[in-house]
Structure formats: structure tokens, C-alpha cells
Design a protein around this ligand. Sequence first.
Ligand code: OOG
Ligand code: MG
Length: 260
Amino acid sequence: MTPETIAQLAEYLENAELNAQPVAQISRAHPDITEADGYAIQHEIRRRKTARGTQIIGFKAGLTSRAKMKQVGVETPSYGFLADYFADADGGEIERAKLIHPRVEPEIAFVLKKPLRGPGCHIGAVLAATDFVMPAMEIIDSRYENFKFDFPSVVADNSSSARFVLGGLARKVEDLDLRTLGMVLEHNGKPFSFGAGAAVLGHPALAVALVVNLLARRDEGLEAGNVILTGGITEAVACAAGDHVCLRMQGLGSVSARFV
Ligand code: OOG
Ligand code: MG
């Protein structure tokens, strides 16, 4: 793809996000789109936002569990960036009208105390650089009609990133077995899905290493203080205005929000 096409598709997808209006999958008009094109478009969206003063506060891994891959029919993990305005408060309200067709998924968030750079980033480096982990709900919102996409299209669309809520307790990784850590996602007071940390690549710290090693292709890395969402442990639940979601994580308390 030419730089002009990349810039034009970044504007198309960012406008879809900012206006909460779904658009056609970009692979329809550009059937030869590659993974590299998808990331080039995502990075152009990031550049547009930072040029307006938006801060990038971290990154997310996507499609790191079987349940997530199955739900959307894409089998390759991806990453996306997290902008400052994506963060919503625990126990607070999420404005449904600013989103297209939001879904909520349960994740483990890592917050770093040291920078991480790849290639060659491994689970040990991630654990040594982690300050603490927290329960997180990610609110994904594909900009594509009917939440349907292929891999390059979802990469271009910042891996469906829209909002996230961190909450519950912040705990040190050395005090937890993140593989057997259990969780329940409740939707309107009823259990919706259940899982354990190992659903994410066998260990959620591996999702942080994956993001670091993918960022290294652009000679980028993670900074101290960055938050990294490691990917949905279970399938995501679609939410309407008025819906309430609560994630309970073993030994880490709970995080909740209401769509208004
Ligand atoms: C793509 C983003 C996936 C996750 O946690 O797996 C993701 C999507 O499902 O729309 O955020
Ligand atoms: Mg996610």
C-alpha cells in the first residue's frame, strides 16, 4: 500500500471510531491488504492521535485465547495501543452512545516498573519488569459492520480497542499463580463466563512478551508505567445501555461498570 492509501484508511477508521459509525471492512476495497499494511494503518491512527495531544498509556494483546479466536474467527494474536481517553473508572459509567456495538471481556492487566524491549523478550524479563497486576475489563468495539473482520482489517482497526476499566486489587506477580487464577464475568448479575489465566497463551505474561516482540519490529518497546492488557480469557459479552458488568478475579477483588 502507498503512504497515501495508508493515510486515507487511517482517517476512514479513526472517523468511524470518533463518530461511532460502523464502516465496511477495508479488505473489501483492498483485497490484497497484508498484516504489514494493517499495522501501518494502526500506527498512522496512533500518530494522528498523539499529534492532537492524546497520550498513549500502554498496549493490549488481542486474540490470545482459544475462546476469543473462536468467537471472531481470527486465529492470530495481534496488538493495539491504549490511548488516555480509553480508561474508564471502576464502578463508573460507560457511555454507550459513543460506541458502535460494544462487547466486554475479562483480562489480566500488567503495569510495568521497568521498560521492556525486544526482540527476545521472554516471560522472565516480563515478570522482572512488572510492578503489579490488576483485574481489567476491556470494552472492545470493532469499527466494522456486524463486528466482522479478517486479520489485517482488525489490526488496522487497532485490534478493536475502545475502552477499558482497571479495578480490584493491585498485586505482585510473585504472590500469584497467574495460570490457575480463576475468574467469573457477570452480566446483569448473572454469571456469563468463567476461566483461568492459563487460557491466555498458557500464561498471561507471555502476552506481554508477545506485544514487546511485535513492537520491536518497529524499534519500539514498552515504558515503565505502561499498562498492558493481555487479552480476553473468555469470549466477550455484547452490552446495551443499562447493562451492568462485573469481573471477579480470585484474590484480586472485582471490577465493575454500567453502560448508560
Ligand atoms: C479483536 C480484539 C481482541 C482480545 O482480548 O482478544 C481482543 C476483537 O475481538 O474484536 O481484544
Ligand atoms: Mg481484549
